[in-house]
Every structure is written in structure tokens, then in C-alpha cells.
Design a binder for this molecule. Structure first.
Ligand code: FAD
Length: 382
């Protein structure tokens, strides 16, 4: 017999972790179920724009993250071969003044660990892969691969692109392989000291069908990171990523600027990831189940806003549940979709098109957005 209303979040990625913290701060009873046995610091960086830093302010981690990350003054776009500047998008002090918070780049593992530290002890349950879902009039029963079950009032599917909850709502369907892969490498900055070159804080090198995005992941700027987008006919490998190599990188970036060649020469190890996405989903919730983040609107990562959208979802869903109370979750889920779908779908489309900041444009609609400053749109989808 349950005597308290409870929320289960499935998946403790950047979106699920944000939802847990924000819901707990709002006074809800929350548990997170995560399939992984633990998290480790995998080799990757991430951008967090001012739109997300404003949410981190509410979570009480804005300053810590700001101290941890690198603060680029600009996002530069440059021609891959000549190095000519295609755009110079002001960030740094400009972002703080114009958009109301800093723009930072950081190690993804450091960000995740910081987010996890804000969740109440005992909330996150590891080694819990969701395998079965049963919904009744009164509750949802979740079954996990270790044979355990739990009963809750609502379930938030923050379980990523292969979401089990999405499958429950819409049927089994593999994500779409976009035809592009991303190479990722972390480089110690001291290795770059031998080159007489300017390794800029945040720069994207472009040519017709591929690119390399490069930035620092720490405040000391002792770690430099690149992530690419390169066409690749089919993803015919097992697992979510495979090892790549310097030779493969030289091939992919033939003719690119000497700075890019220096980065490839300095890469001790390179990994290769498929870039996957899905078309916009026809529904975001049904009954007691609701989706957020990559479970709901996965995208190619070229706007550096995928996790950002997951965190915005978490903040908006919390706001809507606060507005209605958990008993009226149906209205909360409709409000949530009404207040998120246009923005998330627009970001998904621009990110997939890979045009963001390639030329001089105004990014205010993304970075200037303050999720808490807009009244909730009340018109709800029928
Ligand atoms: P995930 O991070 O995928 O988390 C899902 C969690 O659910 C995982 O921990 C998983 O183990 C767990 N899970 C899955 N299935 C189950 C189950 N059945 N039971 C229990 N647990 C389960 N975004 C940005 O904002 N900025 C960037 O700079 C950026 N760069 C990127 C670069 C690359 C190369 C890629 C591929 C993505 C990038 N993204 C970036 C996008 C970002 O990584 C995703 O949008 C983000 O991680 C989505 O968060 P999420 O919490 O929705 O899902």
C-alpha cells in the first residue's frame, strides 16, 4: 500500500538528473532508475548556453559550473581550408549582459557529476534497467532486469534515444542513422605547446559536407576537445561507439588548415560515434507516462543544444507539475507539451540542418530564452 504520491524517472543522464533535482526542490517525492552500474568520466566535452545556466541558477550550481568551465569570448566559424572567418558570434561578457548568464564549455563527465551531487542521497538506483511497464487506473508498475518492481504515480522517460518508455507509447522503432558520424578526442593542452599556433577557445572549422568543433573543457584550459561531423555511408558497427584513428582523421580532413592537422597529430585516441535522430514524435505523453530529452526529440548535435533541450524540458515539466499538482498530471503533461514542443522542434530542425552560427546570425532566440520568465501558455493540445 503506497501512502505517498511518487514520481519515477527512468534514466539518470543530463535530462533525468536535472528533473530529479528540480522536482525535489519543488517538494515532490522522486526516485531515479538507471541501467548503468555507475558513471565514468568519458572523453567528451559539452557546451552549456545561457539558457541552461539560468536553470542551473535555480538548481544552485550555476557558480560552481561557471568556475569549472571555460568561458569562450566568441564562437568562431572558420573555413576549413583557408581559415578565413565565416562568423564571430560574441559570447563572454556580451552573453552575460545580453542573455543574462554565461556561455561555458566543460567536460561532460564533470557537469554530470556536479548535477548528480545535487540530488538527494538515496534517490538514484543503479543497475536498474527498465524491462516492463504496466499501467492501471491508479498507478504504474515498473519492472527491472534484476527482477525488482516498483509502483509510482507517474513515470518520466528520460531514457535517451532508445527509450523503453517511448517504445511503450509508440511501439518499437529503431532511431534513424543520419549518415554522419562524430569523432571525439580530448587533447592535453601541454601537447599543443610545441606548435606556434593560436588554439582558439571555441571554434568550428567547416567545409561543404563536414566540420570539426573545437573547445576547452576546463577553466584552466588544460584540456582541449574536438568533435566532428563526417559523412559515413552506414553504421555497421556494434555498440554506441568504436575506436577510430589518426589515419582515419587525416583522411577525413585532407586539405584542412594546419591547425586542424596539428590537432589530429596530437590526438592520442579518437572515438567514432553514429549520429542518430528521429522525426518529431506524434505524442509526448500518454496516461501516466511522459517523455523528455533524447527520448522525446533526439537530434544531431550540431547546435550543441541537445542536452540543453533535455534540461529545459525537465525545468518546464517541473513548472507544470507545480502548477497543477501531481494528482492532475494529465493537465500538467498537456501544458508541458504546449510550452515545449515548438521550441524543441525548432532546435531539433536547425540542429539537424547543421547551419547554426556558420554565418553571422543572432542567436538570441536560443541563448536569451529564460524559461522562468514566460507565463505558461495555457492553450493545451486536445
Ligand atoms: P541520455 O544522456 O542518453 O541519458 C539517458 C540515460 O538513460 C542513460 O544514463 C541511460 O543509461 C539510461 N537508460 C536508457 N535506457 C534505460 C532503461 N531501459 N532503464 C534504465 N535506464 C536507462 N548536447 C548539448 O546540449 N551540448 C553539446 O555540446 C552536445 N554535444 C554532443 C556531441 C555528440 C557527439 C553527441 C552524440 C551528442 C551531443 N549533445 C550535446 C547531445 C546530448 O548528448 C544529448 O542530447 C543528451 O545527452 C540527452 O540527454 P538525456 O538525459 O535525454 O539522455
Amino acid at each position: 500500500m503506497r501512502n505517498k504520491q511518487k514520481i519515477a524517472i527512468v534514466g539518470a543522464g543530463l535530462g533525468g538528473a536535472a528533473a530529479a533535482t528540480l522536482l525535489q526542490k519543488a517538494g515532490f517525492e522522486v526516485d531515479i532508475y538507471e541501467q548503468a552500474p555507475e558513471f565514468s568520466r568519458i572523453g567528451a566535452g559539452i557546451h552549456m548556453g545561457p539558457n541552461i545556466m539560468k536553470i542551473f541558477r535555480r538548481m544552485g550550481i550555476e557558480q560552481k559550473l561557471s568556475d569549472m568551465g571555460s568561458h569562450p569570448d566568441f564562437w568562431f566559424s572558420r573555413d576549413g581550408a583557408s581559415g578565413d572567418y565565416l562568423s564571430r558570434i560574441p559570447l563572454g561578457e556580451f552573453a552575460r549582459k545580453e542573455y543574462g548568464a554565461a556561455y561555458i564549455t566543460v567536460h561532460r563527465g564533470d557537469l554530470h557529476a556536479l548535477q548528480m551531487s545535487t540530488i538527494a542521497p538515496g534517490t538514484v538506483h543503479f543497475n536498474k534497467r527498465l524491462t516492463g511497464i504496466e499501467e492501471t487506473d491508479e498507478l504504474v508498475r515498473l519492472r527491472f532486469s534484476d527482477g525488482t518492481t516498483t509502483e509510482v504515480d507517474i513515470v518520466i522517460g528520460a531514457d535517451g534515444i532508445n527509450s523503453r518508455i517511448r517504445e511503450e507509447l509508440l511501439g518499437a522503432e529503431k532511431p534513424l542513422y543520419s549518415g554522419w558520424v562524430a569523432h571525439r578526442a580530448l587533447i592535453r593542452s601541454e601537447v599543443l605547446a610545441k606548435y606556434d599556433m593560436d588554439f582558439e577557445n571555441c571554434v568550428k572549422w567547416w567545409s561543404e559536407d563536414r566540420h570539426m568543433m573545437v573547445y576547452h573543457t576546463t577553466s584552466k584550459r588544460d584540456e582541449y576537445y574536438y568533435v566532428t561531423g563526417v559523412p559515413h555511408p552506414a553504421w555497421d558497427f556494434q555498440g554506441s561507439f568504436v575506436d577510430s584513428s589518426r589515419d582515419e582523421m587525416y583522411d577525413a580532413f585532407q586539405g584542412y588548415h594546419p591547425t586542424v592537422q596539428a590537432l589530429i597529430e596530437s590526438s592520442e585516441s579518437v572515438t567514432k560515434w553514429p549520429l542518430l535522430n528521429r522525426n518529431p514524435l506524434p505524442l509526448w505523453s500518454r496516461g501516466r507516462m511522459v517523455l523528455l530529452g533524447d527520448a522525446c526529440h533526439p537530434m544531431k548535435p550540431h547546435m550543441a543544444q541537445g542536452a540543453g533541450m533535455a534540461i529545459e524540458d525537465a525545468a518546464m515539466l517541473t513548472r507544470c507539475l507545480q502548477e497543477t499538482g501531481l494528482t492532475d498530471y494529465r493537465t500538467a503533461f498537456k501544458l508541458y507539451e504546449a510550452n515545449r514542443k515548438d521550441r524543441a522542434s525548432r532546435v531539433q530542425a536547425v540542429s539537424n540542418a547543421n547551419t547554426w552560427l556558420r554565418t553571422q546570425e543572432d542567436p538570441a532566440w536560443v541563448y536569451g530564452y529564460d524559461l522562468y520568465s514566460h507565463p505558461l501558455k495555457s492553450e493545451v493540445a486536445a
